[in-house]
Design a binder for this molecule. Structure first.
Ligand code: NAD
Length: 499
C-alpha cells in the first residue's frame, strides 16, 4: 500500500490549533483507496476539561452578544462555506468514501442548517400575554442552556456536525464538538472557516477522540446539554449516562427503514427512488431504504427492474474521473461484517438475487468496496432483518396485503423512516396514519427532513424528547424563563391620566 503524507488533525481549544500530546491515535482512511491519510488523536479527559474551561470562560460574553451580532458571524460563515463548497465536498469524499455528488449533498444540507440559524432573531423570540390577571403580565423568554457538546458519527462528516453547533451557538451557547474519529478532517476545515468568520475564542472548541473523551463529556459537571448521533446501543448509553449526570440529551440512533411497494405503484418511479434510498451513500445512512416490502404481485413487477438497475451500478472511487456511482464503505471491518450478514441471510433461506460480495474494482484493490446486493424472500426472523445492516444491501420481504406490510414494519424496534409507493390516496393515508415511524414518505424514497423540520426518529431510533433541527432544536438549545410582572400604582404622584 502506498504511503502518503499524513494530513494534520489538530484540536481547536480556546482559539488555538494544536495536536494534543496523547499516546493513542486512530487511523483515518481514504476508503476509496484503503490508504491511511491521517491520525486522529484520542483526546484524554484532561483535554476535554481544558476545552470545557475555554467554553466556560467564553460563555458569559457570548450570551451577552446580541443575537443579531451572533448571526452576522454566521452570515459571513455561510459565504465562506459556499466559497469552500467543492473543497469541503472533496474532504468528505476523501475521508468517508461516498461519491462526490453525495458529498456535495452532505455539505449542502449542512449549509442549510447555517441558513436556518441565521434566522435566530426570529426563532428566539419569546411569548407575552398581557393581563393574565388584572394589571399582571406574563412573558416567556429563551436563554441559552450554557455549555453544550456534540458527538458525531462517521456517515455525514459535514452535515451532522452542522446539525449541532450552528444552532447551539446562534442560541448563545458555547460548544464542544467531538467528530467521529473515523472522519475528523472535514470538521477541522469547518471550524477553520468559522474562526475565519470571526467567532470569538472559546465559543466553539473541537476535540478529537473516542470513548474516553465521550465519557469525559458525559460526566463533566459544566456541560449542560449533549447532542449525539450514532448507533442505537451507543445512543442509549449516551442518553442514560448523560441524563443520570443531569444533562439534557438528544441521542439519535440507528434505523431499519421500510418501503412498502403496492401493486398499483408506478413501478419505475419506485425503482428510481429505491436505488437512491438503498444504495446511495453505499447504504451508510440512517435514512437508507434497507427493506422493500412488496405487496401481492408488486414483487414480480418490482424485483426484475430493481435487480437490473442494481447490476448496472458502477462501483469505484468517486473523487476522480471516471468515477463510480457507488462509493466505498468506511472500513474493511465493516465490509467483513456485511459480507457475513449476507452469508447468514443466505444460510437462513434468503435468495441472493444480486450479489455484491465479490465486487472487484480495477486499480483500487485495497478500497473498501461492496457491490449492490439484493436479498429476496427475507423473513422477519432472519439476522439480516433484525440488525441494522448499514450497507448497500436491500432486503425484500413479500407480504400478501397492506395490513401484513404495516405489521412487519411496526414490529421493528427502530422508528426512523417508512415509505409507501402507491397510486391510491386512501392506501397512502391508511399507511401514514398507522405506521410507527417518525419520518414518512409517500411516493418518495426515505426522506430526510429539511433543516426547518425536526429529524424526527421514534422508538429505538431516538432517545430524548427534543429532536435535531427545526424549532425542536431551538427548544433543545435554550431554556424558557417565564416572568410574571405587576407594577403598583404610585398613588397621588401618578403621572398617568386615567379617564
Ligand atoms: P457509533 O455509535 O459507532 O459512533 C458514534 C460516536 O460515538 C462516535 O463519535 C464515536 O467516537 C462514539 N462512540 C463509539 N463507541 C463508543 C463507546 N463505546 N462509548 C462512547 N462513545 C462511543 O456510530 P457510527 O458507526 O460512527 O455511525 C453509524 C451509526 O450512526 C448508524 O447506526 C447510523 O444509523 C447512525 N446515524 C443515525 C442518524 C440519525 O439521525 N438517527 C444519523 C446518522 C447516523
Amino acid at each position: 500500500m502506498a504511503t502518503t503524507e499524513l494530513i494534520p488533525c489538530p484540536n481547536f481549544i480556546n482559539g488555538e490549533w494544536s495536536t494534543p500530546n496523547v499516546d493513542t491515535f486512530s487511523p483515518v482512511y481514504n476508503p476509496s483507496t484503503g490508504e491511511v491519510i491521517s491520525q486522529a488523536p484520542l483526546s484524554t479527559a484532561e483535554i476535554v476539561h481544558e476545552a470545557v474551561e475555554a467554553a466556560d470562560a467564553a460563555a458569559y460574553d457570548w450570551w451577552q452578544t446580541p443575537p443579531v451580532e451572533r448571526i452576522r458571524i454566521l452570515f459571513r460563515y455561510k459565504i465562506l462555506l459556499e466559497n469552500a463548497f467543492e473543497e469541503l465536498a472533496l474532504s468528505v469524499t476523501r475521508e468517508n468514501g461516498k461519491t462526490l455528488q453525495e458529498a456535495r449533498g452532505d455539505v449542502r444540507r449542512g449549509i442549510e442548517v447555517v441558513e436556518y440559524a441565521c434566522a435566530i432573531t426570529e426563532l428566539l423570540k419569546g411569548e407575552c400575554l398581557e393581563n393574565i390577571a388584572r394589571g399582571i403580565d406574563c412573558e416567556l423568554q429563551r436563554q441559552p442552556v450554557g455549555i453544550c457538546a456534540g458527538i458525531c458519527p462517521y456517515n455525514f462528516p459535514a452535515l451532522v456536525p452542522m446539525w449541532m453547533y450552528p444552532l447551539a451557538i446562534a442560541c448563545g451557547n458555547t460548544f464542544i464538538l467531538k467528530p467521529s474519529e473515523k472522519v475528523p478532517l472535514t470538521s477541522v476545515r469547518l471550524i477553520e472557516l468559522l474562526q475565519e468568520a470571526g467567532l470569538p475564542k472559546g465559543v466553539l472548541n473541537l476535540v478529537h477522540g473516542g470513548r474516553e473523551s465521550v465519557d469525559a463529556i458525559l460526566t463533566h459537571p459544566k456541560i449542560k446539554a449533549i447532542s449525539f448521533v450514532g448507533s442505537s446501543p451507543i445512543a442509549k448509553y449516551i442518553f442514560e449516562k448523560g441524563t443520570q449526570n443531569g444533562k439534557r440529551v438528544q441521542a439519535a440512533g440507528g434505523a431499519k427503514n421500510f418501503v412498502v411497494i403496492m401493486p398499483d405503484a408506478e413501478i419505475l418511479k419506485a425503482v428510481d427512488g429505491m436505488v437512491d434510498s438503498s444504495f446511495g451513500c453505499a447504504g451508510q445512512r440512517c435514512m437508507a431504504g434497507s427493506t422493500a416490502i412488496t405487496v401481492g404481485e408488486a414483487a414480480e413487477l418490482f424485483l426484475p427492474e430493481m435487480s437490473a438497475v442494481a447490476r448496472g451500478i458502477q462501483v469505484g472511487p468517486t473523487d476522480r474521473t471516471p468515477s463510480g456511482q457507488l462509493g466505498a464503505l468506511i472500513s474493511s471491518e465493516h465490509r467483513e461484517r456485511l459480507r457475513t450478514l449476507i452469508d447468514q441471510g443466505q444460510k437462513e433461506g434468503a435468495d441472493v438475487v444480486v450479489d455484491g460480495r465479490t465486487v472487484q474494482v480495477p486499480d483500487f484493490p485495497d478500497g473498501f468496496y461492496l457491490g449492490p446486493t439484493i436479498l429476496d424472500k427475507v423473513t422477519p426472523d432472519m439476522t439480516v432483518h433484525k440488525d441494522e445492516v448499514f450497507g448497500p444491501v436491500l432486503n425484500v420481504i413479500r407480504a400478501d396485503h397492506l395490513d401484513a406490510a404495516i405489521n412487519i414494519a411496526n414490529a421493528c424496534s427502530f422508528g426512523n423512516g417508512c415509505c409507501i409507493y402507491t397510486s391510491s390516496g386512501r392506501t397512502a393515508r391508511e399507511f401514514k396514519h398507522r405506521v410507527k415511524a417518525g419520518m414518512i414518505g409517500i411516493n418518495v424514497g426515505i426522506p430526510a427532513p429539511m433543516a426547518y423540520f425536526p429529524f424526527s426518529g421514534w422508538d429505538y431510533s431516538f432517545f430524548g424528547d427534543l429532536h435535531i433541527q427545526g424549532r425542536e432544536a431551538i427548544y433543545f438549545y435554550t431554556r424558557a424563563k417565564v416572568t410574571t410582572t405587576r407594577w403598583f400604582a404610585q398613588g397621588e404622584g401618578d403621572i398617568w391620566h386615567k379617564d
